[in-house]
Design a protein around this ligand. Structure first.
Ligand SMILES: Cc1cc2nc3c(=O)[nH]c(=O)nc-3n(C[C@H](O)[C@H](O)[C@H](O)COP(=O)(O)O)c2cc1C
Ligand code: SF4
Length: 637
């Protein structure tokens, strides 16, 4: 069913995959840039039936790096539509107004407008309550934007009323405290959004109009699915399709990270489908063909929407159709985290996202010059990929027997299976690009000097460090437990697993241990006040799931020393012993030794560069980007 056509009003879409609204932050000036054209064109080529571009309806509703319908050149929007149409892909434009959802700084210190002066819990900036004049102007701007899109040859428009942006703010008793007819007390705050929808319909006439809603607000005291159903039923006669996402950005319930099960929010769309006679688009973590087919077969939706599956792999839809491997979205949320901070979107695992135009400019050199990449982790794999892609004869050598390096450990905790799929995708890509892979062999000086490569990439990664505490050697590296090199002793009556370090490695090791042994007693000890440092929004769901499984967290706790079977800790000057069956060290990493390679290369005046953890300790996405950047900076012609 996934690859059969279906209609929204009279608009026929060639399959059921719709690339959803994805604010990129790439917009500059009043025209769509070549960079943006290339970004969308690649995804149209990649099989999307339709692609959604986000346009703000006016300046007050715009985010940094977003085009505004009022100032965008019509010709440029027309060109985007034409370019997508070449590939049988339709262009949907989302009419967007951020409401209160932006930071003061990114909003250029200009006022944010909302139904009431209630600050967002994310951005904290207090918005201005919209008066009748502002409400009228904004409604007119939605209609003008719709007319503009129709004139430009866009195929459909989508009115944004989800995730905590302007129109959804009217629907919530938390954000709509108005006492006038647009207040929540009157018909659940639906009056203004409905007025906007009706007004847009009047002005665009016979033209496909979509509405994007959150299934529920998913914030305590907020609106629920029943309210969304009522709203959509009232809007039904003015719209042609509904896109149904999960909750709001500020919801404490996970929305799109890997903690959310595949297609977990599709039942919202399924319920809505029972109450309205319009096509429905389901979304959130629908990132593979099986999930999509299942949801369509279950009649939960008529279309499947995804923003990130297409960000991670522009060829996504074609690859699903042809049953080929694709680069799977990891649900790591690096993309959305950046956008919410007012930065340009990137994909942690696909560094070409947003660089498609520049990629086209970069010359592919047919050369017999050799590049050697030492290391098969994320940085090594990406470096080998880019090197071969640029046309170099590329050899990747690693002492590990398999590719992936530390990503193999990152794949171990629950719900991280997509990491193994990424490694498999990269392996296949490297094979297809003709990279010579030498696995299970440590790169030696003789190997390098025998080859005298044109360029060497040192991607030798990192190793864990022993903390500077007495008896540190009594501990075991957490990574050795994840890799299976060390097995845990049985649970004793008094004992427990003590993990020192509450960052990414410590938390993920705890999750892994709980996955293999639910009954294990685990304590995580962290010297700082917060756990999950550097993990951004991903730490919250991981910490709560660990707490739910009985893992104990000890913050602001110093470890003074380790002895056999116990750790001496101090909290606020008080010292205690923690009985331990095993003490796991998750206390950071340092670059692995690489001097034995770089010294001889220097002696022979052979060029090389460090990437990934060898250059700077970071996570997998940092490593991938550092390798990619190398092949954009250094021209090896
Ligand atoms: C970087 C990023 C930017 C987004 N920007 C918008 C936006 O401007 N408007 C909107 O309605 N949704 C936006 N979304 C939400 C997506 O359209 C989609 O509803 C959500 O990501 C769930 O789908 P997915 O799991 O396939 O990514 C954005 C999502 C991401 C990841
Ligand atoms: S950054 Fe992470 S979540 Fe976003 S598209 Fe890429 S892999 Fe998916």
């Amino acid at each position: 069913m996934l690859f059969s056509s279906f209609k929204i009003r009279e608009l026929e879409l060639k399959n059921r995959w719709i690339m959803l609204a994805l604010h990129t932050g790439y917009a500059q000036g009043n025209a769509i840039s070549e960079r943006e054209f290339a970004f969308y064109e690649e995804r149209a080529k990649g099989g999307a039936a339709a692609i959604t571009l986000v346009l703000s309806v006016n300046e007050a509703g715009s985010l940094k790096g977003m085009h505004q319908a009022k100032s965008l050149a019509l010709e440029s929007l027309k060109e985007l539509a034409d370019r997508l149409h070449q590939y049988g892909c339709k262009l949907i434009v989302q009419l967007f107004h951020c409401g209160r959802n932006d930071s003061k700084k990114d909003h250029g210190e200009k006022p944010l407008f909302a139904p009431s002066a209630v600050a967002s819990v994310i951005y904290k900036a207090e918005p201005v309550e919209m008066d009748r004049e502002e409400l009228g102007r904004t409604k007119e701007d939605f209609a003008l934007a719709g007319e503009f899109c129709k004139k430009a040859g866009v195929d459909a428009i989508e009115i944004s009323a989800s995730a905590g942006y302007l129109l959804s703010e009217f629907l919530s008793p938390i954000t709509n405290l108005r006492k006038d007819s647009y207040g929540y007390e009157n018909n659940g705050g639906m009056e203004y959004p409905l007025e906007v929808i009706r007004f847009v319909r009047e002005r665009v006439g016979d033209f496909p109009v979509l509405l994007k809603v959150s299934g529920a607000q998913m914030v305590d005291g907020g609106y629920g699915l029943e309210d969304t159903v009522s709203f959509c039923r009232l809007a039904e006669e003015y719209i042609d399709c509904v896109t149904v996402t999960g909750g709001w950005h500020e919801s404490p319930v996970e929305q799109i990270s890997y903690h959310v099960a595949k297609g977990a929010y599709a039942p919202f769309a399924g319920v809505l489908k029972k109450y309205i006679a319009l096509p429905v688009i389901a979304c959130n973590r629908i990132h593979d063909g099986e999930t999509a087919e299942r949801l369509l077969a279950e009649n939960q939706c008529d279309f499947v929407g995804t923003a990130r599956a297409f960000l991670a792999d522009p060829q996504f839809a074609n690859r699903v159709e042809n049953k080929e491997r694709f680069l799977p979205c990891q649900g790591c949320n690096r993309c959305i985290t950046r956008v919410l901070k007012g930065e340009e979107v990137i994909c942690g695992f696909n560094p070409e996202a947003g660089n498609e135009y520049y990629e086209k400019q970069r010359r592919k050199i047919a050369t017999r010059k050799e590049v050697v990449v030492v290391g098969g982790g994320p940085a090594g794999m990406e470096a080998a990929k880019k090197s071969a892609d640029r046309g170099f004869m590329t050899t990747l050598i690693t002492e590990e027997k398999v590719l992936g390096g530390q990503l193999n450990l990152a794949a171990k905790p629950p719900k991280k299976e997509a990491m193994s799929e990424y490694i498999a995708y990269m392996e296949e890509t490297l094979k297809n690009l003709g990279v010579t892979m030498i696995l299970g062999e440590k790169c030696s000086e003789e190997f390098l000097l025998g080859k005298k490569p044109y360029f060497t990439v040192i991607a030798t990664g990192s190793e864990p460090v022993l903390p500077k505490i007495e008896g540190a050697e009594k501990g075991v590296f957490a990574s050795d437990v994840l890799s299976g090199k060390v097995s845990l002793p049985p649970q004793s009556a008094e004992g427990q697993i003590v993990i020192i370090g509450g960052g990414l490695v410590g938390l993920e090791t705890a999750a892994y241990i709980k996955k293999i042994d639910e009954e294990r007693k685990i304590k995580i000890v962290e010297s700082q006040a917060a756990f999950g440092k550097g993990m951004g929004a991903l730490s919250r769901p991981l910490i709560s799931s660990l707490r739910a499984k009985g893992v104990q967290f000890m913050a602001e706790t110093n470890v003074e020393g380790l002895e056999d079977g116990k750790a001496l800790i101090s909290i606020g000057g008080q010292k205690f012993f923690l009985q331990a069956d095993a003490i796991l060290l998750a206390t950071g990493a340092q670059p692995s030794e690489y001097g034995y390679l770089t010294m001889p290369l220097m002696d022979e005046r052979l060029s090389y560069a460090l990437v990934g953890d060898a250059e700077k300790i970071g996570d997998g996405a940092d490593a991938i980007h550092s390798a990619y950047e190398l092949f954009t900076r250094v021209y090896l012609a």
